[in-house]
Design a protein around this ligand. Sequence first.
Ligand SMILES: Cc1cc2nc3c(=O)[nH]c(=O)nc-3n(C[C@H](O)[C@H](O)[C@H](O)COP(=O)(O)OP(=O)(O)OC[C@H]3O[C@@H](n4cnc5c(N)ncnc54)[C@H](O)[C@@H]3O)c2cc1C
Length: 264
Amino acid sequence: MRETNTIVDVKATIAHTRRISSDVSIITLNCPSIAATAKPGNFVNIKVNDTTQPLLRRPFSIHDVQGTMIEVMVKSVGCGTTLFCNSDEGSTVMVLGPLGNSFDITTEHFNTAVLVSGGIGTAPMLFLEKTLIVKGIKVINLVGVRTNNDLLTQNLSNCRFATDDGSIGLKGTVLDLLQNELTELEKEGPLKIFACGPNPMLKALAKFSQDHQLSCDVSLESVMGCGIGICYGCSVEINAPSGGVKTILLCRQGPVIDAKLLVV
Ligand SMILES: Cc1cc2nc3c(=O)[nH]c(=O)nc-3n(C[C@H](O)[C@H](O)[C@H](O)COP(=O)(O)OP(=O)(O)OC[C@H]3O[C@@H](n4cnc5c(N)ncnc54)[C@H](O)[C@@H]3O)c2cc1C
């Protein structure tokens, strides 16, 4: 179900950059071979320039796929992301991917998908939503941000919001929103939750879904070096099915894991 990909490392032209908020851009890259095989939840590891500053690539979820193009949604938080957001259209970057596993969208057990995202965790949700809709699954987005100025949801459908300051939607966290909406959502039929956001949010959501026996996939973040299982920079502990904990490499056995396996 979470099969591995044929990984390629390609020089990709930046076809388009579009700033969608004060610190987030959507960057469109011409990567036919990655676009052809990418699945929702996969990521790419990008060398944002050809100097040694920064030395390492930076990982980004695949935000959307359109023909030969992939899109990434990039929040400027430091050196690599700021350089990338300021890249010129027509310039090139090295793109390694598609990497990691994907969300488990085998649909026997659910007919409604609840996509729960926080902050830049919205990045993988558009590709996921489009893929689910093609499969006939109803999609509802629960989106948590600090304020309505941080919304990154232009292309998502069926969105309900939670904000820290109450400027749009519920005043509270996206988990509060899920708690409020759960009874209504469950009337839609069997649910599955797909989540991406800050790790503390995902831990709280994993505990909630464990307590309520909800099916839930979470896409985790960690600092990542190589993206292909060599540097061991992204090792995390998860619950071992046989009891106790075991270590996995998030770049290969993640970034998506079943919420039941998250140590909460
Ligand atoms: C699988 C995966 C998918 C991701 N998808 C996206 C995405 O779609 N869009 C997006 O904007 N970001 C995404 N990230 C996070 C992104 O990779 C980091 O923000 C980026 O590597 C920071 O690089 P920088 O050079 O700008 O920051 P640096 O200058 O290296 O560091 C600046 C700050 O960012 C923190 N930071 C560095 N790396 C990470 C990281 N991996 N996660 C969280 N904080 C980090 C540092 O601790 C520091 O506080 C993803 C991360 C992973 C692991």
